[in-house]
Design a protein around this ligand. Structure first.
Ligand code: BLA
Length: 766
């Protein structure tokens, strides 16, 4: 649209484009409009052309009633008709108006009531030769429908419709106009006089039929402008005395066309036009648009017949479209149920979506797809790079709240997408939760669109009058459309939405299962704790009793016992003390519990020093040389960290070789964790046992060789697991050993504890 004067930028074009057209106070002059008040049928307003049609003046009629215009028997007939539930039986009514003397004029009369409760009567002169009985229309329609039934493709369908309508009405040009999803439209069928320039295949911008006009066409199914050059006439008085506002002409058949549209028709060389609405699912699907170069009157009956034809024929188109949709929908439903099946069979639903022959791509007929789940991408086909997807996902998170987002021109919404237009000019996205997405991509398809006139200058602002003027030229204007993919079909979008439901169900089910598992674990942890408690208190007591009595036996009867008996008593005492240690260790093990971990900033040097203090005696006995790096401060439970060092260094001392024990505690910073190592030059461990040593009560040596319960490393492992780290050993028999463990940088934050399992699923890795 061209606006040359920059000071006019502020003019609200949208408001001008969308001006209410039903409040037009003028009507087309080929008929007469009368606004009546029921029940007395007093005349409140009339169109100012009454003299031309009836030979009486406006003032002759105003303040009178319909009885002043028509013979009483006609008015009585009308009054009866007005009491019926619907006015359909009354419309149209033939009415004879007596012009001076015995001269009568015949009119087709139609009535409707406005939303304010007024009755509007519209009269159009009857043309006897166009008086076609309804039945013959039925036959006309029948023939058309028979032709349609043998046709399978939409193009031929449309062609038949325009041919049939043209045959019945005799317009110079009849077109089938279909709206796009964005309000633009195109001519998909045309039948015309051969010398007229064709409009078939041309696109027209949304502004040619602005929103209020489209809205009106959705309720009024037929619209006739028999003479585009006729001067419209006023309705007088302009203000209705009852409503105190201009007459509401929303449903009037005579309503004057907007000035802009009349000029549009003139620029197209149109002398008369008729439009029939095609409605599907309550939406304006398209129009049958008829043009005549010269004025052309079409009787109410013929119009009605055309409307009827439009409805019947169109229901055929809808059915046809639906069958086509149906086949495709069935195919997609099939794919979708397969995917859901695969997903529920796989441990990880993402594998189910991508690892089979029939996969995500088929569901939306896409060339690429990505599943973003738990912070990870799984890609199939042609997709943007992961780093680009990261930004795209962030953009979606910030801008899309709906269950589905789709566009066939992503760069229009998100300009950064231009750089990967070759794979993702089209995007269909479904959020699985706030942070997880399934995305489908389609590449750019460069298309040429033929417009009827330059759509960028579809109209211009007329400064003098403060209104809009349509373009003058409708000449072919070719547009190369870039950064656009083939559009997503509604069935594909629906299939994606269905899949979303499937995924959400599966994820929720897995979350439920995990929650159950977690509860079971919690229960068994609680059991273990209970056992530990029982062990420490209840078992300890009888054990002490055994120890005490055995010792008492030894003291009191030492003289009477032989050597063997003393030895047996010693064994019993040893057994009891071993059992006490075991109980203590089990207790220590059971106390290491993620719920009980007290995370705090802990200087690992301090924890190590404390551990070494506890090991002082053994260090001195073995003359062990213990060194360490400067250790970092970590987020950890300081008692547990101390215990960990104590167990590892203690082991290093315990399993020394003939050489002087040398032990070194080292640390290295990895990407997002600290790696600790505890090196020793001791007897080493056969690599085949490197897993077993961490298992509770597993020992590689007899108790005689090395004392202890075999719980130390199991406790270490549990401590590390509670800190979300890893622990392992690298060693060869006879060549010393290095135990490694990791702790996350920043630690396992304490607020994560006790988080709901479901959150963890959705939020993993974020
Ligand atoms: C109405 N515009 C229409 C109608 C059609 C078109 C079919 C309805 C039918 C009618 O009342 O005649 C457009 N006609 C077309 C197109 C083709 C065609 C696209 O034959 C293609 C071959 N129109 C403008 C601008 C404005 C505008 C700039 O171009 C206003 C800002 C308005 N068009 C406009 C209005 C109507 C209309 C207000 C409703 C007319 C009325 O019923 O009052």
């Amino acid at each position: 649209m061209m606006i040359n004067d920059t000071s006019l930028q502020n003019v609200n074009l949208t408001q001008l484009r969308e001006a209410p057209i039903h409040l037009n106070t003028k009507i087309q002059p080929h008929g007469v409009l009368i606004v009546l008040k029921e029940p007395e049928l007093s005349i409140l307003q009339v169109s100012s052309n009454v003299y031309t049609h009836f030979g009486v003046t406006e003032s002759d009629l105003l303040e009178g009633t319909l009885f002043d215009l028509l013979d009483p028997f006609q008015v009585e007939q009308i009054q009866t008709g007005l009491t019926a539930e619907t006015l359909d039986y009354l419309n149209p009514t033939k009415i004879w108006v007596r012009k001076r003397g015995d001269d009568y004029a015949v009119f087709d009369a139609v009535f409707h009531r406005t939303s304010e409760g007024l009755l509007v009567l519209e009269l159009e002169p009857t043309f006897a030769h166009e008086n076609i009985p309804f039945l013959s229309f039925y036959h006309l329609a029948r023939t058309s429908i028979n032709r349609l039934e043998s046709t399978t493709n939409l193009r031929d369908f449309c062609q038949i419709i325009v041919q049939e309508v043209r045959k019945i009405t005799g317009f110079d040009r009849v077109m089938l106009y279909k709206f796009d999803h964005d309000g633009h439209g195109s001519v998909i069928g045309e039948e015309k006089l051969s010398h007229l320039e064709p409009y078939l295949g041309l696109h027209y911008p949304e502004s040619d039929i602005p929103k209020p006009a489209r809205k009106l066409f959705a309720s009024n199914w037929i619209r006739l402008i028999p003479d585009t050059h006729a001067e419209p006439v006023d309705v007088v008085p302009a203000i209705n005395p009852i409503t105190e506002s201009p007459a509401n002409l929303t449903n009037s058949v005579l309503r004057g066309a907007s000035k802009c549209h009349i000029e549009y028709l003139h620029n197209m060389g149109v002398g008369a036009s008729m439009t029939i609405s095609l409605i599907k699912d309550g939406q304006l699907w398209g129009l049958i648009a008829c043009h005549h170069q010269t004025p052309k009157y079409v009787s109410y009956e013929l119009r009605k017949a055309c409307e009827f034809l439009g409805r019947v024929i169109f229901s055929e188109i809808s059915a046809h479209e639906e069958t086509q949709d149906y086949d495709y929908r069935m195919k997609l439903t099939n794919i979708q149920s397969k995917l859901v099946e695969y997903m529920s069979q796989s441990e990880n639903f993402v594998d189910g979506l991508v690892q089979h022959q029939q996969n995500l791509l088929d569901l939306a007929n896409a060339q690429g797809a990505a599943v973003y789940f738990g912070g990870k991408y799984t890609l199939i086909g042609e997709t943007p790079k992961e780093e680009d997807l990261n930004y795209l996902v962030q953009w979606l998170q910030a801008n899309v709240n709906e269950d589905v987002f789709y566009t066939n021109s992503l760069p229009q919404h998100y300009p950064d997408a231009e750089k990967y237009k070759n794979v993702a000019s089209g995007l269909l996205a479904i959020p699985i939760s706030k942070r997880n997405y399934v995305l489908w991509f389609r590449p750019e398809v460069i298309q040429t669109v033929n417009w009827g006139g330059d759509p960028n200058n579809a109209f211009e602002y007329n400064q003098a009058e403060g209104d809009l003027r349509p373009r003058k030229s409708f000449e072919l204007w070719k547009q190369t459309v870039r950064l656009t993919s083939l559009p997503w079909q509604l069935v594909e979008v629906k299939a994606a939405l269905e899949l979303r439901k499937g995924i959400v169900n599966i994820v929720l089910r897995q979350a439920d299962e995990l929650a159950l598992l977690a509860r079971d674990l919690e229960l068994s942890n609680a059991e273990l704790k209970k056992f530990a408690y029982v062990a420490s208190h209840d078992l300890q007591e009888p054990l002490n009793q055994v120890a005490n009595y055995v010792q008492l036996l030894e003291m009191r009867y030492s003289n009477e016992l032989d050597e063997d008996a003393t030895e047996f008593i010693n064994y019993a005492v040893e057994g009891v003390s071993l059992m006490q240690t075991l109980i203590d260790d089990v207790l220590a093990y059971s106390k290491v519990d993620v719920q009980a971990v007290e995370f705090e900033l802990t200087d690992a040097n301090t924890s190590l020093e404390r551990a070494l203090t506890h090991l002082r005696q053994r260090t001195a006995e073995t003359k062990a040389i213990i060194t360490h790096d400067d250790l970092p401060t970590v987020m950890a439970d300081r008692t547990q960290l101390m215990q960990l060092f104590q167990n590892l260094v203690g082991n290093a001392i315990k399993f020394h070789s003939d050489k002087t024990p040398k032990i070194h505690i080292g640390t290295t910073r990895l990407e997002d964790e600290w790696l600790f190592s505890v090196y020793d030059n001791g007897i080493g461990i056969d690599p085949k046992f490197s897993e077993r040593i961490f298992v509770i009560f597993q020992r590689l040596h007899t108790r005689d060789e090395y004392p202890g319960t075999g719980m130390g490393l199991a406790i270490c492992k549990k401590i590390i697991e509670c800190h979300r780290g890893r622990i392992w050993v690298e060693s060869k028999l006879g060549e010393g050993a290095t135990f490694y463990f990791t702790l996350p940088v920043g630690g396992q934050r304490s607020e994560r504890r006790g988080r709901k399992v479901q959150n963890n699923i959705f939020g993993r890795g974020q």
